[in-house]
Design a protein around this ligand. Sequence first.
Ligand SMILES: N[C@@H](CCC(=O)N[C@@H](CS)C(=O)NCC(=O)O)C(=O)O
Length: 214
Amino acid sequence: MLKIFGAVGSGSVPIEATLTLLGIPYEVIEAVTWEDEAARKRIETVNPLGQVPALVLPSGEIMTESAAILIYLADLYPQARLAPGLNDPARAQYLRWMTYVSAAIYAFAWIKDDAMRIAASKDDAPRVIDRVHDRIADCWRKMDEQITPSHYILGDELSVLNLYVTVISRFGPWRTRFYKSAPKMAEIVRQIDADPRLKEFWAKRFPFYEGWEQ
Ligand SMILES: N[C@@H](CCC(=O)N[C@@H](CS)C(=O)NCC(=O)O)C(=O)O
């Protein structure tokens, strides 16, 4: 069985959502890396960066990096149509935006998880977080301006890009700001939040608690 090092409300959630839609059983090894030093140390045995998600394939091989894992799983099960195929005209933009969400947006989690990694002092930390949030909001805005969505971000199929954006847009600077920065994608993520196939999944792995949009 596939094993995934992950945590509620973390970057493992789009991968877990993908496995849920695929109907593939998996086991989650819970590791709240950003709050728990012991969990970070534990995960370093599989991911030297000390981050979730990390996927353990049935062969024992380890795969890290959320975008790579999502692309890999979607390609492994093409019949589920969770990604544009190699010859699909949407493939180039799909790869572009998968990488963009990972590199331009999600990568900032390293700073947000502990601003003292780069802040000059404790007093400087809130300013660092604010600047990071501004940059993320700007990246969402620029992505939104460049896409022409249909039912979903790149057409009428629910690709893993949509699951990725739905989850990562819940991280700081959170959804209310995302809705303002990215009005086209706002419609889409709301739709995915309400997708009946994922209702139980969201409730377990990224619940919509009171005030969650912030
Ligand atoms: N580039 C990585 C980023 C993963 C990441 O930032 N994970 C966060 C949790 S959502 C984490 O484990 N943070 C702990 C830390 O960086 O110390 C990916 O896309 O998988």
